[in-house]
Design a protein around this ligand. Structure first.
Ligand code: G3P
Length: 216
């Protein structure tokens, strides 16, 4: 399973990439706005640091304009994946971009049928927003499981990218459900390493090691 970092924060990207577990990154307008940076320079820096696909979001709303914006974004670096919201005009653009060989991530997926439409248009990734589903009183992970079944029924190559991840259980359940990727905020990425029992055991080992004589 691939891990993408869901952020536009350069220090966080540098730090997590150092850990050796980051396969890519995703950004969105909210994450970019938090940096206070001009997008194109920021995007180029992110793409230089990240050792894999980087999703950059198109803000146009009409198919021709989305395709034009996507082509511009794709010139930033070879690892750019163009992120396009799941609106009808967006999916028209996704189809055209797929024919041009430009990779797409169809985002803001809030139903398995939207994921099916995106896959039919040739999306490289679909991003179901599991945390947002949970916030509506629905089980976000059900969406991942249903999309997995649909893609497997029909042999779609589109990858399932679990998005809107809020806590480690979302990562665990995404892995169990067979999501291809989870895009993970920095605070959740850090939590993946932690377990109180590990701390207890390590402390016990350190204490016992302190009693061992003749250490180098
Ligand atoms: O970047 C896409 C997605 O993971 C953002 O989700 O719910 O935190 O806005 P959310």
């Amino acid at each position: 399973m691939k891990f993408f970092l869901d952020t536009a924060h350069l220090d966080h990207i540098r730090e997590a990439c150092r850990w050796g577990i980051v396969d890519g990154a995703t950004t969105n307008p909210t994450l970019v706005s938090k940096t206070g940076r001009e997008p194109r320079d920021l995007y180029a820096e992110i793409c230089r640091i990240v050792p894999g696909p980087v999703s950059l979001e198109c803000m146009a709303t009409e198919a021709d304009a989305i395709v034009a914006e996507a082509k511009q974004l794709a010139t930033i670096a070879e690892n750019v994946v163009v992120k396009i919201p799941v609106i009808r005009e967006g999916l028209i653009a996704v189809k055209q971009l797929a024919d041009l060989g430009i990779k797409t991530n169809v985002t803001v997926i809030c139903s398995p049928l939207q994921a099916l439409l995106a896959a039919k248009c040739g999306a490289t990734y679909v991003s179901p927003f599991v945390g947002r589903w949970d916030m509506m009183g629905q089980v976000g992970m059900d969406m991942i499981r249903q999309i997995k079944t649909i893609f497997s029924n029909y042999g779609f190559a589109t990858q399932i990218l679990a998005a809107s991840v809020r806590h480690p259980l979302h990562v665990l359940e995404s892995a169990l459900a067979g999501a291809d990727v989870a895009t993970i905020p920095m605070e959740v990425m850090q939590q993946l390493y932690l377990h109180p029992m590990s701390d207890v055991i390590i402390e016990q080992f350190n204490n016992d090691w302190a009693k061992v004589p003749g250490k180098p």
